[in-house]
Design a protein around this ligand. Sequence first.
Ligand SMILES: Cc1ncc(COP(=O)(O)O)c(C=O)c1O
Length: 391
Amino acid sequence: MTSTDKFAAIRDQFPVTKRMLYLDSAHQTPLSLHVRDALTAFISEGYETAGPKPVWLRRVEQTRANVAQFFNASSSEIAFVKNTSEGLNIAANAVPLTAGDNVLLIEGDHPNNAYAWLNLKRKGVEVRFVPLNDNEIATAETFEPYVDERTKVITLSHVTFHAGQVHDVAGVGKLCKDRGLYLVVDAMQSVGVIPIDVKALNISVLAAGTHKGLLVPQGLGVLYVADGLNELKPAYLAMSSMANPPADYIARADDLAVRDDALRFEYGNVNLPDLHALDAAINLIQDVGVAEIQKHVMALGDRLLGHLDALGIAVVGPREAGRRNHIYVLQLPVEQWADYFSRNNVRVSPERGGIRISLAMFNTVEDIERLVAVIRSGLEALPSPVTEVNA
Ligand SMILES: Cc1ncc(COP(=O)(O)O)c(C=O)c1O
């Protein structure tokens, strides 16, 4: 099967593509037939057999192995959590930090990462916001001037939600390795659309929800914690966190040793239906390959940028290959254009700097052409000319 045929077959898996022009995967994924079938199978098992929990739990471990392979990690390094924000908060409370230590973040990065670390101000931890323009990317040089002997963590999004920048995580990872810092990465926007090798990138902790590039409904997150970082301790404990869980289910105050693997950060029941669906979703993604998906969305992005240039519409984020991927924020006034796109059955997101278009594996060249036709009509129909956008 050629790559074009593969992507055409993928499109058939996403019924939403027959109903609207969906360019909003950075907000949430539409569900695929694979995922629906996995969820339906789970529900049938639930109502027909009241849930074969041991079978379900075995499948969780199968999904864990699948997720681990996806990130070039081992199963012992993967915990399942609720979402990205929970993963980042777990990381912020696990890293050993004391009053006077500092953490570096990019100014304007996702607020949920910022708040996770700002919450440590009550312990006397300093959060340093490093400035960066929306059309630049963060590299080791961006952070280096802010690192001192009390810096313990650098944390950033891999891809930003508001400008689509692809930060140089590899370069920042090398800086962290050289300076003995923890690198905590928010991969919510990159997972499933950019290959991620946690080892090659020297990531200490990675958090990602699964409802965008990993194609399942909200309520499940993946947390990678590198093996060997045993000094990272969980803020919450449950049986599943413990090194020696009591067989009689009676907690022992004299044995609070926690597991060495990432399961020390998992507590209570996890989102079983989503985990079943995630296994199917990852298989779908791996059938195509993340590198192929990345090539596909980049080619669509090239085409989009070409049209935007011809129309005189600027984008907020970087334009160079390698610094952008699948998110393009068009400098169009949100008040008029969000409503205009909605009236024209085009699903996009309003963002700080304009209208966010996000591309996914099921989008096609025809989608880009349709979008451009809608924009062209809008430029004629809407009262404010595009040249006034930044006035
Ligand atoms: C970069 C980034 N980080 C974090 C989040 C929050 O994700 P979650 O709802 O999984 O916590 C989002 C949501 O869009 C995001 O884009």
